[in-house]
Ligand binder design. Structure first.
Ligand code: DOR
Length: 467
């Protein structure tokens, strides 16, 4: 009997866990049902992938879509549209939103909005701070929660856990891996005058220097050991931190970003002004090279985009009033394919950093690999296609990218979300536009046993009530 599938991807070079091989993929009910030579099998839809590579859909574990919005310029719909345009099929949204995602009701509100709006799969972080440590063990077990996130140093928004006692208490409440933005708040405050002197964005990496990041990373690892809790260090930006972290891989996983692997000081600040401003900052070429060494030697587990869609109007404020952050979810995969074509890493390592790594670090169920039974999430890429990234291509509502005008080799031809084609040839498909294909919460292995009842309690932070 001939097999019948909902979708067959035919004749592509497929990034399987065993290597890159020519294969057909058969999809049924949103999952990968068969892999190999499918011969005369039939399907409702067959996509000829000859000449293309089929990768697992990329998982961006650090985005700031701001639902319901700090600036009201981006939200989950425009953010996730940008994701699928760039081959990203799952996103993890950070908690420094307004209101902050630090209580049961705020978390549930986000989940409810996401169901209506998201074009790709999603999960939300719960923010950890002094005021909600007692809620975290429950919050981190909510359906759709990817874990707790801490800001050790101030960035965008009011979320902060700067002191060792608070961080330790957060680490002692719960069991899942805690994601950390590691910059030392005391040092940031003591050196703020550097940023305020002369309105010069080139001072951004001088103010938020390597020592500031290294101090915080060392404290984070010491506190994680004291609490016996796994941590994940977000956007690590310097060679010094990588040298330290290579000896602490038992307890800490490591992220860096495509921006830190691509841009460098002072060139980026001179060319892009405050558009190159993000936290932690883009550093000089020597750190960029050491980040690449950390990628090549396996110290880096995942790449996250830290997509932070501040508008150009906001960015035009004189530094340091200009907000930190840049878009990234849509450009992450093309930028990394371009690096692959330039010989800086293999395609297998791109897949490891954007798919397998997130699955491993966050214990995601059924995503991040092209394996029987896994979700049929794919980024179908043309490794040889040459394109120029432009602001007009960006779906994010702020409409700009630090990579505007950059020529890249390697482009995302199509995106498939649980068996439905949601982007093809730079067009969002009808099934995505009419919401036949829509985002669902990402599932996690640690939540398979029971999802928690969420606490109903409200908390007060810096005089604001967060409900
Ligand atoms: O540059 C940044 N912007 N870094 C962060 O950690 C936060 C982000 C934002 O939320 O705007």
């Amino acid at each position: 009997m001939t097999d019948h599938f909902d979708l067959i991807l035919k004749g592509g070079m497929v990034a399987t866990p065993g290597g890159i091989v020519e294969a057909d993929i058969g999809v049924k009910n949103g999952r990968i049902a068969d892999l190999g030579s499918l011969g005369s099998a039939t399907a409702k839809d067959i996509i000829d992938c000859t000449g293309l590579h089929v990768l697992p859909g990329a998982i961006d574990t650090q985005v700031h879509f701001r639902e319901p919005g700090l600036t009201h310029k981006e939200d989950l719909s425009t953010g996730t549209l940008s994701a699928i345009a760039g081959g990203v099929t799952s996103v993890f949204e950070m908690p420094n939103t307004e209101p902050l995602t630090i209580t049961g009701p705020t978390f549930l509100d986000k989940m409810a909005r996401a169901g209506e709006k998201a074009f790709c799969d999603y999960a939300f972080f719960a923010g950890g701070c002094a005021e909600n440590t007692h809620l975290l063990a429950q919050l981190e077990r909510a359906d759709g929660c990817c874990g707790v996130k801490i800001f050790m140093g101030s960035s965008t928004g009011a979320l902060l856990a700067a002191k060792d006692e608070v961080i330790l208490k957060i680490l002692q409440n719960g069991t899942r891996r805690v994601a950390m933005h590691a910059e030392d708040e005391e040092r940031l405050k003591a050196r703020k005058h550097i940023a305020e002197d002369g309105n010069d964005v080139r001072n951004h990496p001088v103010w938020r220097d390597v020592e500031c990041a290294l101090l915080a990373v060392k404290r984070a690892v010491a506190l994680a050991r004291e609490a016996g809790r796994r941590i994940h260090l977000l956007h690590v930006t310097s060679g010094d931190e990588m040298d330290f972290l290579k000896d602490h891989k038992d307890i800490s996983t490591v992220e860096t970003t495509p921006q830190h692997l691509t841009l460098y000081a002072e060139e980026c600040y001179e060319r892009l002004g405050t558009r190159a401003q993000m936290n932690p900052p883009i550093r000089d070429k020597s750190h960029r090279e050491r980040l690449w060494a950390a990628v090549q030697k396996g110290v880096v587990d995942v790449l996250g985009s830290d997509h932070a869609p501040h508008t150009l109007e906001e960015k035009a404020k004189p530094y340091p009033a200009s907000p930190s952050g840049m878009t990234g979810v849509q450009t992450m995969l093309p930028i990394m394919l371009d690096h692959m074509n330039a010989g800086r890493l293999s395609l297998e390592r791109v897949v490891d950093l954007l798919c397998h790594g997130p699955q491993r670090v966050y214990q995601i169920s059924g995503k991040g690999r092209i394996t029987l039974g896994y979700d049929a999430d794919f980024a179908i890429v043309d490794l040889k296609r040459q394109m120029t990234i432009s602001n007009s291509w960006i779906k994010s509502r702020c409409g700009w990218t630090p990579f505007d005008n950059k020529k890249v080799t390697g482009w995302v031809q199509g995106t498939v979300l649980r068996g439905q084609v949601v982007m093809w040839d730079d067009e969002i498909t009808e099934s995505a536009r009419t919401r036949r294909a829509r985002g669902m919460p990402v599932r996690f292995q640690e939540l398979l046993t029971k999802a928690a009842e969420l606490p109903k309690e409200h908390v007060h932070i810096s005089g604001i009530e967060c409900c």
